[in-house]
Design a protein around this ligand. Structure first.
Ligand SMILES: [Zn+2]
Length: 336
């Protein structure tokens, strides 16, 4: 399907969802049924006249195996997005490499005594047979690059007498270096990137009823200002999520963790990472879920069993008529 057609289809689906939502929310009022939708990130309204300002976006990002299945406005698409997305990719690439996974590839800086504080730019690759290949970027300052490449030491490994053939003599060259872990700030950006992916999946699957939730403004500001500590507690739950949980679920037990649980896969060249992110529900106190994750899971015993209901994910159909309020009704039913 062409991008153009896909964009039109999505526009129609979410426009219908919005007009159905408005009608069902205020059944006694006559609501103008203009065609349009809200950008889930900035909540600006985009009608037919502003159709050109909407863009088809990959969520999760294309580089992490996502599909183009959501509409956001150009402004949101161009702003903070690509920066936090690339931090996720970097963080996962590092996990690949640290786990010695085949085809891992990490753009990084290498440091040793020759490089000083700035290091040299390099790509560290692990091939499919587990062999390390390091490419020093040609874009480095030539003097720094040469100093780094010449900073090897000779190492003598065998008892054979020193002859001109290094290999048979057991003489090898050893280049010592290290690469630094990403700093806390970048890890923070990466985690906000995960929150953004989860939030957009919520909109994709549940429509406008999802983004009007009481606490969503908070989530949106955190996504908009990833460097600020708006949500300072952990919002992810590690678990072995099965395939049937991919999408939007509700955590039913323990009650303290009641929230939307959004499960998705991120794909690197080496591996697939399955992520579970909590987004607060519709009730006033639901924002406490983040405090509770910290208390129960991060400081607790760690073997807490989380039970979920995957109805939203398996049965709910945003395209169905009169379905727009269903997420809210279902939330109330399941969490009372
Ligand atoms: Zn927007």
């Amino acid at each position: 399907m062409s991008k153009k057609i896909k964009k039109r289809i999505l526009f129609d689906i979410y426009s219908n969802n919005l007009s159905d939502f408005k009608t069902n929310l205020k059944p006694n009022k006559i609501i103008p049924t203009e065609i349009g939708l809200y950008c889930p990130l900035c909540t600006q309204y985009y009608g037919e006249d502003k159709y050109e300002q909407l863009t088809l976006e990959h969520n999760p990002p294309n580089s992490l195996g996502g599909k183009d299945n959501i509409l956001t406005c150009k402004q949101c698409n161009n702003s903070s997005g690509s920066k936090i997305d690339s931090e996720i990719l970097l963080a996962l690439n590092e996990l690949d490499l640290m786990g010695f996974k085949p085809n891992a590839s990490l753009k990084t800086r290498l440091y040793n005594q020759s490089t000083g504080e700035n290091g040299v730019n390099a790509t560290v690759n692990l091939d499919s047979e587990g062999k390390f290949i390091i490419n020093i970027s040609p874009a480095n300052n030539p003097a720094v690059k040469d100093a780094f490449l010449n900073s090897f030491e000779y190492e003598y490994n065998s008892g054979l007498p020193l002859i001109s053939n290094f290999e048979s003599a057991g003489l090898s060259q050893k280049l010592n270096f290290e690469f630094k872990k990403p700093n806390k700030r970048n890890e923070r950006l990466a985690s906000i990137g995960l929150l953004k992916i989860a939030y957009l999946i919520g909109f994709e699957k549940l429509g406008h009823a999802f983004v009007v939730g009481k606490h969503m403004e908070l989530i949106r500001s955190q996504i908009k200002y990833p460097e600020k500590e708006i949500i300072s507690k952990p919002f992810w739950i590690h678990n072995n999520y099965t395939d049937d949980l991919l999408g939007v679920n509700i955590i039913t037990k323990p009650k303290e963790l009641k929230s939307f649980l959004i499960v998705f896969d991120l794909q690197t060249k080496s591996d697939v990472y399955r992520i579970g992110i909590c987004i607060p529900g519709y009730d006033e106190n639901d924002i406490n879920v983040y405090n509770n994750i910290e208390t129960l899971l991060c400081q607790g015993e760690g073997d807490l069993k989380v039970e979920t209901n995957s109805y939203l994910n398996t049965e709910f159909d945003i395209k169905g008529e009169n379905n727009s309020l269903l997420p809210i009704k279902f939330w109330e039913e399941i969490t009372k």
